[in-house]
Every structure is written in structure tokens, then in C-alpha cells.
Design a protein around this ligand. Structure first.
Ligand code: DON
Length: 628
């Protein structure tokens, strides 16, 4: 489907088009003229763009019409100052207090001369002076290249607007000299002032602004290009001053009605950020009395109201953190267990609790988890925390997780932690803080199946089943149950004894199926290779179990690989020999088929029980399937 047809088919796209139509007729406000070049803007220009943290963008109207970024540049330069000088040094020069005054007010703190916040011109000029660089050109090069990372393309300066602003920027010049007077600027004011004029004159468009907003929403990483524009630890500070000061003397109403950190500019742009979710940009030159785009404010109000984007009204995420919980009596690993082991796991499996978590693990999420884990942690052999569906674990949650492992250690309950590729930072943190004997209390696993098997081994060891694999005689094999001595002897005559070293690929997926295997010693795993390259375990078998049985039940090719985990002893029965039994010893064939059926029905029963157990698991939200 062509991009345009696809985009048009998207509900969000058609909603934005309807919104654009709804506000295109709103003709209040005046184009800025105090910077003469800005007066040339066409008041009919109007664009809306929404970019998500997943890298998708929706746009309608004049979203590719260039205009100058003006004050929207301020939070980004503030971020650079934080990155280059650190929070303390920046706070020494610039406050974070909203003034409720206009953007160009000479609002300096009595005594210190410190601008109240970095969103008013005074604070912005001070921030420009804090950007690292050996010269003003250096500094500005750093500003422009960083802005280009946010926008996802190379940005340039609109020279005519720059000159127009430089030549008429007397008020800003006076502000800069005031800042010099209070040693907020410690150099000739013209330097930082020129960086400020140039940063305001950077040409953007609505799409570039939405990318800049989405980059902030995404913790400083541009979701459209994957490039980092600012350190993640600076983003919170940037969004905080945008939330309290970004819309100047309209900030209170803005938070009330729209509820997203935002920044406006006299070029007609408004940028708003919903952390973790999306960035919004609206472009329309006519401004209200406070210097904010009239259509921009109206569109953001409507977007927030109709799409429920208010950051103080979004749903409580924590309830969704625990995707499900169950125990080892209900759900097991893919390791096929003997009847005795299954009985033990059924009796003692309730002493191992499994918690599946999901989403971003923040304080409120981990608080719910710790409550549920501790609540159910008396008399446990083990607790399993599955983080494979957790998208992020923030520092606070990692600390609480450490405390949880330590608390459970105090109750002699080890933790099995299933982690995904993205959790290396958390694992490092836990490993650094769980030293000496406490290390034994946490085991981490790349997948749930391996963790479940480890927990099972612990239960079996703790409650009576000897660990390690056994070797059995043919007569003890599941497939031979019910065969009399004569029948067994006849069958043994048809079998071939085989020994496979660890690592051997005994059965290859897709090969013709010519025999079945009676395992009498060692351990083998049935696996399939997934398109993404991982190897998925289907089952692990040990002495007494059978594999390759489908061969004799259908002419199909092998449906999976079978590899030896621990050196294995087998008897193999060729398909032809099995079929021949129908003529020679139908009684033996019947016993073999009955035993195969019994094993198949046991497997089906176990899987049905698991599906039932998982379906009845107390989900935080809605239904769910078996974890992969
Ligand atoms: O310094 C100025 O006046 C302009 N370069 C920027 C002002 C601005 O964008 C105010 N925003 N609403």
C-alpha cells in the first residue's frame, strides 16, 4: 500500500487531519513584528506533527514550511549547559522558578542577579554562555550540531532573521549587560548574546520540532534516527523547567488544560512532550498577547483532552507491572519429568512462586511487585522473577529489587531472575551489590524455561529426588511397560543399541523419519531454531523417555532437532521393523502403541493443566498466553 494511502488509513492521521480542518479557521492573533523579518510570515501557515517514541510520525498541513525556532531553542540549550557544566554550576547561574512574567522581562533575583529560570530570555542568554566551547563560534557549532541530532537532520541558520534580530535586539542586549553586571555572564556580553541570537534563528519545520520533542519524550535518544542528542540524566531537568516555565505567564493555565512540558516561540511554533510516549509540534505564526501561537495552544488543548495526554491524568502504570503469577505445581519447564518427579513437583511446586513482570519498572511498579512477593514469601523454596517483558528498570526500581533479593535471602529464599538482553545494567548493579555469600541468593537466566528447570531441580533436591541423570534397563523403559518377557525379548531383537556423545545432533529437523529412540541413559533436548536465530527448547528428555516416535506414526519428516545434552544411551527401533510387528507380533505392537498414546495423553494433560493454570492466573489486566 503506497505510504500516503497507508498513512491516510491510520486513525491518528485522519484524526489530525480533522483537527487541522477544525482549527484552520481560527484566525485570532498577530504575527510577531518586533523582529522585522518575522513579520514576513504568512498567518495562514498551519502544521501539526505528532512523533512517537517508537519512531512513527503523523503530520498534516504546512509541516515542511521552514520557520525559526526562537524560544523553543531555550530548553535544548539549557540541556547542553547541564551536560557541559553539571547541575550545580548551572543552578548557581540560573534558577528554576517560574516568574509569571513575560519572556523578555528583566526578571533577575534580587541580590544575586540570577535569572529566575532558563526559559525567559535572561536565563536563556546565561545558558548560552555556559555551553562549552573555546569561542562563540565553537559554542554555536555545538548548539547547531546538537539541535540537528534532535531534529534528525542537519539544521541551518536563517541568516536574514538572525541579522534582523541582532540589529533590533536592544532589549536583549540590555538584559545581557545586566547579567554581566551581576557576573552571571563573566565575559563580554556580546559573545553569549550572539550565540543566543543565532540559536533563536535556527530554521526548523514542524516535523523537525516533533522529532526534537519525541527525542525528549524518549529520554534523549532520537526515536526516528536512533542517535543520542542529550544524556538521559539531563532530560528530567529540561522537562521540569519546560513544565513550570515553558509557557511563561500562561504556564499555570497550560499545565491545567494541556498538562505536558512545552515550549513556545515567536516564530509560531509550540513543542510539547508526553514523557515516554510522544512529542507534538504545532506551527502557526499568529500569536496571542503572551507570545504563544493561537492555533498552537488551541490544538494542544484539544489533543490533550481528546487523546487523554495530560501527564497528571494518565492511567496508573503500576497495576500493570505484574502480568501474572503462578507456581511450579501449575507450570513447569520443558524438561519432561518422570512420574516420580512429577509427583514431587506437584506436591512441593507450590513452594516456588513465579512472577511475570512487564512494562517499565519504576518505583510504583516495583512497589507492587515487592508487596506481592513478600506477601506470598513464607515457606518458599524459591521465588522466580521474570523480567523478559520488562522494557526498562529505572535506578530506583533496581535499588528496591536489590532490597527484595536481600530480604528474601534473609528468609533463605533464593531468587531466580529471568532477564532480557536490555537488562545488563540492572544485572551489573545487582552483581556489584550482592557480594560474598549473598551472591548465592540470586541466579539469573536468559529465559524462563531455564529458570523454571533450575527451580524444579531445587525442589526435587530439597524434597527427595536424587539429582543427576540415571541409567535404566530396557525393561524399565516407558515404552516397554506391560510387555512380558517374551515380548520384550522379541522387541530387543529388533532394536539397535546406540551411544551418543554430548553435543551430538541425533535427529535433524526436515530429515526423513526412519526410527524411534528409547532413551535409557543421559539427557537430550528437542529444539527448533527460530527465524530470529534463537534456539527454542521444546522438551528435554531423560532415561525412560522416547523421541522420534512421530516417525512411526506418520511418514512425515522430522519436526525438530534432537541434540545430546549429557552422553546418552539409546535403543533405536526402525520404522520398517515396527511396521513388521503388525504381521509378526501384533500384541507387542499394541503394547508399544498404547504406551506411546499414554505418554502423549500425559503430555497433553500437563499442557492443558498449564494452559488452564495460566489462563486462571490473576492477571493485572485482561487475558494472556503461555510465556515463550
Ligand atoms: O529573544 C527574543 O525575543 C526572541 N528571539 C525569542 C522570543 C520568543 O520566542 C518568545 N516566545 N514565545
Amino acid at each position: 500500500m503506497p505510504a500516503t494511502a497507508f498513512a491516510a488509513a491510520l486513525p491518528i492521521q485522519s484524526y489530525l487531519e480533522e483537527l487541522h480542518t477544525r482549527f484552520a479557521g481560527l484566525n485570532d492573533g498577530e504575527v510577531a513584528t518586533y523582529i522585522p523579518e518575522l513579520a514576513k510570515a504568512d498567518p495562514r501557515w498551519f502544521g501539526i506533527c505528532v512523533a512517537t517514541t517508537d519512531g512513527r510520525a503523523y503530520e498534516v498541513g504546512d509541516t515542511r514550511q521552514p520557520f525559526t525556532i526562537q524560544s523553543i531553542s531555550k530548553p535544548f540549550v539549557y540541556g547542553l549547559a547541564l551536560e557541559d557544566r553539571g547541575r550545580e554550576a548551572v543552578l548557581a547561574k540560573i534558577g528554576v522558578e517560574p516568574t509569571g512574567d513575560a519572556f523578555n522581562s528583566i526578571s533577575l533575583e534580587p541580590g544575586t542577579g540570577r535569572p529566575f529560570n532558563p526559559m525567559i530570555n535572561a536565563g536563556a542568554i546565561a545558558a548560552a554562555s555556559l555551553v562549552a566551547g573555546h569561542s562563540n563560534d565553537d559554542r554555536f557549532y555545538r548548539v547547531l550540531s546538537t539541535f540537528s541530532l534532535y531534529a534528525g537532520r542537519a539544521l541551518t541558520v536563517d541568516q536574514s532573521v538572525y541579522e534582523s534580530e541582532r540589529d533590533t535586539g536592544h532589549r536583549n542586549r540590555s538584559i545581557a549587560h545586566m547579567l554581566r553586571n551581576f557576573d552571571i555572564l563573566t565575559e563580554k556580553p556580546e559573545g553569549p548574546l550572539d550565540v543566543y541570537f543565532r540559536q533563536c534563528s535556527i530554521a526548523v519545520d514542524c516535523h523537525a520540532l516533533a522529532a526534537m520533542a519525541a527525542t525528549l519524550a524518549n529520554g534523549g535518544l532520537n526515536p526516528l534516527t536512533g542517535e543520542r542528542a542529550v544524556r538521559s540524566d539531563c532530560v528530567g531537568d529540561m522537562l521540569s523547567v519546560m513544565a513550570t516555565c515553558g509557557m511563561y505567564d500562561y504556564a499555570g493555565e497550560w499545565v491545567y488544560w494541556v498538562g505536558m512540558p512545552a515550549k513556545s516561540g515567536v516564530g509560531g511554533g509550540i513543542l510539547a512532550v508526553l514523557p515516554g510516549q510522544l512529542g507534538i509540534a504545532v506551527f502557526s505564526p499568529p500569536l496571542d498577547a503572551r507570545g504563544n501561537s493561537v492555533r498552537g495552544v488551541a490544538v494542544c488543548k484539544e489533543l490533550s483532552r481528546e487523546l487523554n495526554l495530560h501527564f497528571l491524568r494518565t492511567p496508573r502504570p503500576s497495576r500493570a507491572t505484574v502480568r501474572g503469577q503462578y507456581d511450579l505445581a501449575a507450570v513447569r519447564s520443558k524438561r519432561v519429568r518422570s512420574a516420580a518427579e512429577r509427583e514431587l513437583l506437584h506436591r512441593f511446586g507450590t513452594r516456588t512462586r513465579v512472577y511475570e513482570l512487564q512494562g517499565d519498572l519504576t518505583f510504583s511498579g516495583i512497589e507492587t511487585v515487592t508487596w506481592r512477593v513478600i506477601e506470598g514469601s513464607t515457606d518458599l523454596d524459591c521465588t522466580l522473577l521474570d523480567l523478559s517483558r520488562v522494557t526498562d528498570v529505572d535506578d530506583a526500581a533496581a535499588r528496591v529489587l536489590l532490597d527484595l533479593v536481600t530480604t528474601l535471602a534473609g528468609r533463605a529464599t533464593p531468587v531466580a531472575l529471568v532477564h532480557g538482553a536490555r537488562h545488563s545494567r540492572v544485572l551489573r548493579f545487582l552483581a556489584e551489590h550482592l557480594t560474598g555469600e549473598r551472591q548465592a541468593w540470586l541466579r539469573s537466566f536468559p529465559d524462563l524455561d531455564a529458570a523454571l528447570e533450575w527451580c524444579e531441580e531445587r525442589v526435587l533436591t530439597a524434597h527427595g529426588s536424587p539429582n543427576g541423570t540415571t541409567t535404566i534397563r530396557l525393561a524399565e523403559h516407558q515404552l516397554c511397560h506391560g510387555l512380558d518377557a517374551d515380548g520384550l525379548a522379541h522387541l530387543e531383537g529388533l532394536l539397535e543399541r546406540r551411544h551418543f556423545a554430548a553435543g551430538t545432533l541425533v535427529v535433524r529437523r526436515g530429515d526423513p523419519a526412519t526410527e524411534l529412540y528409547l532413551l535409557t541413559g543421559g539427557k537430550v533436548s528437542v529444539t527448533i531454531d527460530l527465524p530470529q536465530g534463537q534456539r527454542q527448547r521444546v522438551a528435554t528428555l531423560s532415561a525412560g523417555m522416547t523421541f522420534g516416535e512421530l516417525a512411526i506414526l506418520s511418514d512425515a519428516v522430522r519436526s525438530a532437532d534432537v541434540r545430546v545434552d549429557e552422553a546418552a544411551d539409546c535403543y533405536t527401533l526402525a520404522v520398517d521393523a515396527f511396521r513388521e510387528l503388525a504381521r509378526t507380533r501384533p500384541d507387542v505392537k499394541l503394547v508399544l502403541l498404547e504406551n506411546l498414546l499414554r505418554t502423549a495423553s500425559q503430555t497433553a494433560t500437563r499442557l492443558t493443566q498449564e494452559i488452564a493454570a495460566l489462563a486462571s492466573v490473576e492477571p493485572a489486566h485482561g487475558g494472556r498466553g503461555r510465556p515463550s
